[in-house]
Design a protein around this ligand. Structure first.
Ligand code: DON
Length: 305
């Protein structure tokens, strides 16, 4: 664990009570009910060591962090064909933007913006018998964690208020890049976003991106080294929407955020770290989460660069 415990504890104490200019997401009404003072961190290393502090064991809405999990399953199911449906270029646009889809004929720039994740959900719908159950089973299997579940409340809340996603899905369907019924695809997408996990659970589930020899307790290998490289590369270039450059510049790790205020970051061959603080900056990324990770890689002098 090197000196991580001490460094994490010190940064946690420094940031715990700072003035946070961020705002909790409220465009999904149910997300606004969270206590904005939650602040948790957890690191899991590939040697099975772990350390958490603050609200590291409280479950929260992982939102867009689930886009890594849906991508992983779709990639396993259809392999490189997936890139015919969704590209791997940073969008430089907000996560819910419709702007580029017209010029790009309905092919989303990458799987981590909403448009891309909706297409990934459509792919899963075409290949899974019971998409919601099968996806949940996949997540539970990766992490050997049978307590993982969706939040019915959050999924229903987003279903009632997800007008931009409804527009995105219909727009992409008009180009032929959604094959299933739009309402069914959106329902599945909203459920995937409603998954709830703690910082500890998140840092454990994503160890398959840090450890090329990772196997779950059924001895299943989740991704090949080359597949993990590709997903990490998309996280580095696209994981924070129009703030992906800023995250790479300040933190220097592949990562992914969610509007529930969680961020996961991976150091290949070393660890996965999760931070949760619900107040978001104007780009929809956790204000304190980004600051924490910037200080973490600066103080440990350990990023991928
Ligand atoms: O589709 C949405 O808008 C949300 N369910 C997820 C967005 C999200 O987490 C973007 N993250 N920063």
């Amino acid at each position: 664990m090197k000196n991580y415990k001490k460094i994490i504890t010190n940064i946690y104490k420094d940031l715990k009570s700072i003035d946070d200019p961020g705002k909790v997401a409220n465009y999904i009404p149910e997300l606004a009910n969270v206590d904005e003072n939650n602040f948790g961190i957890h690191i899991s290393t590939i040697n099975n060591e772990g350390f958490g502090i603050g609200d590291a064991n409280k479950k929260f809405s992982i939102q867009s962090i689930s886009k890594i999990l849906t991508l992983t399953l779709a990639y396993k199911l259809i392999g490189e064909n997936i890139w015919n449906r969704v590209d791997v270029e940073p969008s430089g646009n907000p996560f819910n933007s419709l702007l580029q889809l017209e010029a790009d004929f309905g092919k989303p720039r990458n799987p981590f913006i909403n448009a891309g994740a909706i297409v990934v959900c459509d792919i899963l719908m075409s290949h899974l018998k019971n998409p919601k159950e099968d996806f949940l089973t996949f997540c539970r299997n990766i992490s050997n964690n049978s307590s993982l579940n969706y939040s019915e409340k959050v999924a229903q809340s987003e279903k009632k208020s997800g007008f931009r996603n409804i527009a995105l899905c219909n727009f992409i369907k008009s180009f032929g890049n959604i094959k299933n019924d739009v309402d069914a695809v959106l329902d599945f997408y909203f459920y995937t976003c409603s998954l709830e996990m703690s910082c500890k659970e998140l840092s454990e589930i994503f160890l398959y991106l840090a450890d090329e020899t990772y196997t779950n307790n059924k001895n299943e290998n989740i991704l090949t080294t080359s597949e993990a490289k590709r997903i990490n590369a998309i996280m580095l270039t696209c994981g924070f929407y129009d703030e992906s450059g800023e995250f790479a510049f300040r933190v220097g790790l592949p990562g992914k955020s969610g509007v529930g205020g969680g961020i996961i970051a991976v150091h290949p061959n070393e660890f996965c770290i999760t931070v949760w603080s619900p107040k978001l900056n104007p780009k929809g990324n956790s204000y304190k989460g980004m600051l924490f990770l910037e200080k973490f890689t600066t103080n440990t002098e350990n990023s991928i660069f």
